[in-house]
Write a new protein. Structure first.
Length: 223
């Protein structure tokens, strides 16, 4: 392998470590609702389907102003059980706490929350609760396929109440375990090892060439 080839390998490794937006496949979504609910703090429970686990989790509600646009205001908490306290009292000590995030990224003409280091299991019920007020779209007919229900709090100081006959319009996305790429640390170790081996091969080749040149027979000199 030549020095130029090594440079190409380094460029490829740099591209591998370039971070970008999380973009997964849809795990579960509800988009059939047409009823508007304005200026409230929403929540939604759901049950994942069968078939494995998912990472790179994102979640969003849909905006009442434009139902095609996603919305994600404030912090979003992920729990393993129902919560009927106030949005303000949500925290890492909340029963059933799994994770929370205030990180958002663009999704279409709106935003979605992005979770880091979270894995959702199949056939499992989860609860998502926001802390920020937003105007969203809800479905007045409970969708049995969602396996959950919509929650609302009038403001951050009042408790969440369940609406067992409704679901919010939402979308949950993630990367299936079978599609996950290696962790950056694993790629880094493998990349460094590969470059090191290639450079060693170049040095050995050069040493062999030098040895061959030094042992070549010199032409006889006629005096």
């Amino acid at each position: 392998m030549t020095t130029r080839a090594l440079a190409r390998v380094a460029c490829v490794m740099a591209l591998l470590f370039t971070t970008g937006a999380v973009d997964g496949a849809v795990i579960l979504s509800e988009k059939d609702g047409t009823s508007e609910r304005r200026n409230l703090v929403p929540g939604q429970s759901l049950t994942t389907g069968s078939g494995g686990s998912w990472s790179d989790i994102t979640f969003n509600f849909y905006d009442a102003e434009n139902p095609a646009n996603s919305v994600a205001n404030g912090t979003l908490y992920l729990l393993s059980q129902e919560y009927t306290g106030t949005p303000t009292n949500l925290g890492t000590g909340t029963s059933g706490y799994i994770s929370h995030t205030s990180t958002t990224q663009a999704e279409g003409n709106g935003d979605e929350w992005v979770f880091s280091g979270v894995t959702l299991e199949s056939s499992t019920q989860y609860w998502f609760y926001a802390t920020g007020s937003q105007s969203i779209v809800v479905n007045g007919n409970d969708d049995a396929g969602i396996g959950g229900q919509w929650y609302q709090a009038p403001n951050s100081g009042q408790p969440f109440a369940a609406n067992s006959t409704m679901d919010a319009n939402f979308e949950l996305e993630g990367t299936a375990a079978s599609e996950a790429i290696p962790e950056p640390g694993s790629l880094l170790i493998g990349g460094i090892a590969g470059i090191g081996m290639a450079w060693s091969a170049v040095r050995r080749r050069r040493r062999r060439q030098g040895a061959d040149e030094s042992t070549e027979e010199l032409p006889e000199t006629t005096i």
